[in-house]
Design a protein around this ligand. Structure first.
Ligand code: GLN
Length: 551
């Protein structure tokens, strides 16, 4: 029975090949970018690729995490709150990911414990091996089951040697055995530190982490070495010998100016070629023309602008990763260098707004939660509105724009969102009806893609060049439709509406060169291949603003 189950499960995934990426020595080495770059190089050879991330922490998903913990929470079309690496996968590969692409220890245990309570284990003792590892493997192979992918890259979060990553590494070991030869590749990413005093690159930490993986049953096939200096041949040879990998499978990953250089760098190091050899797949030439054209535009700008991003987690740009990358894409599309100035909302008030913001050619007020920094965001918006500076409000940024307009144009004193003033006389932004009874925080926001219909002739319509769009959401509060008419009469127009719920998704100011707020998160859908139209248009309006005002 068990053997039969194994054979059938192998049959269903037999055409898909699997690459597992682990990391050692330290966290934040860039496994996500290496995985995305490898994915790109394979995709550029006509293979169908997806990437998934397994995170060893206990949270069911990062939705309940503060951005200071793991950076931005990335949201997929199907409403999964995921690790920000999924953003890299989508931006590099121009694919959409889903609930299945990000799995945590919490999710695995939740499923196993739910099954145990249902009695599914028929009186057996439920253990890490085989029950937890079986559930991890089931998730490894989930996306492979539909026959859609030639290759699935699985990034294992955290570092080899961490207690919490042990079940995942054990599941990778078992997966290799089940998949058989030429269906599995193990890539290990490590750091080669440079010791200033000795003037030497050091391989010992890498040797140790490869050895640790071996102790856990996995032999590294390809070693990707992060380094600030090129790896001389003697170092490569030493790594190959001590880590038991082929010399040509020691890959150098040098520090780069832009993450979008990494696929080209990995191409030079022949990372994908090594993978294809190990998987016994034909080695064809990758088509990277479009990618190189993007890099060409990115690196040869003819314009330059300053964009102020006003938010409350500005010391940590990872908290706004997708916004930062959207500006890279939109900048390249406009052949314009976009200097993003990260500005703390708490540092701004009506009196100092000019001093802080007057060099900006465009201002974006960032998404967020809670009261901290709200008044600074409102002062920022007042400044942008009154000085005709291109303004883009995203989610909370849009809500603050409506509050600012209500207070300062409609004269509704102390108008607010009930998120930070439950007793306000003017609840311009309020909880959605179906949110009012919700008390559990995890996974209960308005999440994922919703349709939106645009108003003909609006800036949004001009930017998208179509009437119907779909964008991703992550919020609980909404523009209160009771005030819509009043807002529109005074010049703040709802130019994007959800066709079913009639919720306002986009607002624009009639008498302003470019003032637009979105209840959704456009930044989550910007990719190298498809820069987001609103970001492209916003950057364009900032270029125009600079030309008109500053010359
Ligand atoms: N805090 C606001 C809400 O929940 C906005 C959320 C956001 O900016 N993502 O509606």
């Amino acid at each position: 029975m068990a053997i039969f189950a194994l054979i059938t499960s192998m049959g269903s995934k037999s055409s898909t090949k699997y690459i597992f990426v682990t990391g050692g020595v330290t966290s934040s080495l860039g496994k996500g970018i290496i995985s995305a770059s490898l994915g790109k190089l394979l995709q550029a050879r006509g293979l169908s690729v997806t990437i998934q991330k397994f995170d060893p922490y206990i949270n069911i998903d990062p939705g309940t995490l503060n951005p200071y913990e793991h950076g931005e929470c990335y949201v997929t079309d199907d409403g999964a709150e995921t690790d920000l690496d999924l953003g890299h996968y989508e931006r590099f590969l121009n694919i959409t990911t889903s609930q299945a692409n990000n799995v945590t220890t919490g999710k695995i245990y939740h499923t196993v414990i739910t099954k145990e309570r249902r009695g599914d284990y028929l009186g057996k003792t439920v253990q890490v091996i085989p029950h937890i590892t079986d559930e991890i493997k089931r998730n490894f192979f989930k996306l492979g089951g539909n026959g859609k992918y030639d290759i699935i890259i699985t990034e294992i979060g955290g570092c080899v040697g961490d207690i919490e990553s042990l079940p995942f590494i054990e599941a990778v070991r078992q997966a290799k055995l089940e998949l058989g030869p030429h269906n599995f590749v193990s890539i290990h990413l490590t750091l080669i530190p440079y010791l200033e005093a000795a003037g030497e690159l050091k391989t010992k930490p890498t040797q140790h982490s490869v050895k640790q993986l071996q102790e856990e049953g996995i032999q590294t096939d390809i070693l990707v070495c992060r380094s600030s200096y090129p790896l001389p041949m003697d170092i490569r040879k030493k790594l190959a010998l001590f880590c038991n990998v082929q010399l040509n499978c020691v890959i150098e990953a040098l520090d780069v100016k832009t993450i979008y250089d990494v696929p080209i760098l990995m191409r030079k190091e022949k990372l994908a070629d090594r993978v294809l050899t190990l998987l016994k797949l034909p080695k064809t030439e990758p088509d990277l023309d479009e990618w190189k054209a993007f890099l060409g535009r990115l690196k040869n700008p003819t314009e330059e602008i300053n964009i102020g991003v006003v938010g409350k987690y500005v010391e940590l740009p990872d908290a706004y990763k997708s916004i930062a990358e959207s500006f890279v894409h939109a900048g390249a599309a406009n052949e314009c260098k976009v200097n993003v100035k990260w500005i703390s909302a708490e540092s701004i008030n009506d009196a100092d707004a000019d001093e802080i913001l007057n060099g900006m050619d465009g201002i974006l007020v960032a998404p967020g939660f809670g009261e901290r920094g709200i008044e600074g965001k409102i002062s920022t918006i007042k400044y942008a509105r009154e000085n005709n500076i291109p303004f883009f409000g995203v989610c909370l940024g849009m809500q603050c724009a409506v509050i600012e307009f209500s207070r300062n144009v409609l004269g509704l004193k102390n108008a607010a969102s009930t998120e930070f003033n439950a007793k306000t006389k003017y609840p311009i932004i309020d909880l959605m009806e179906d949110q009012k009874s919700i008390t559990i925080k995890g996974g209960t926001m308005r999440l994922g893609a919703y349709d939106c219909h645009l108003k003909k002739g609006s800036k949004a319509h001009q930017a998208y060049n179509k009437m119907h769009i779909s964008e991703r959401h992550r919020h609980r509060y909404e523009l209160n439709n009771v005030y819509k008419k009043q807002l529109e009469q005074a010049g703040m127009i709802a130019t994007g509406i959800n066709p079913k719920s009639k919720l306002v998704e986009i607002i624009e100011l009639k008498d302003h060169p470019w003032f637009l707020g979105t209840q959704f998160h456009p930044e989550l859908k910007s990719t190298v291949q498809n820069p987001h139209p609103l970001f492209v248009n916003f950057v364009k309006s900032a270029v125009t603003f600079k030309k008109n005002i500053r010359q």
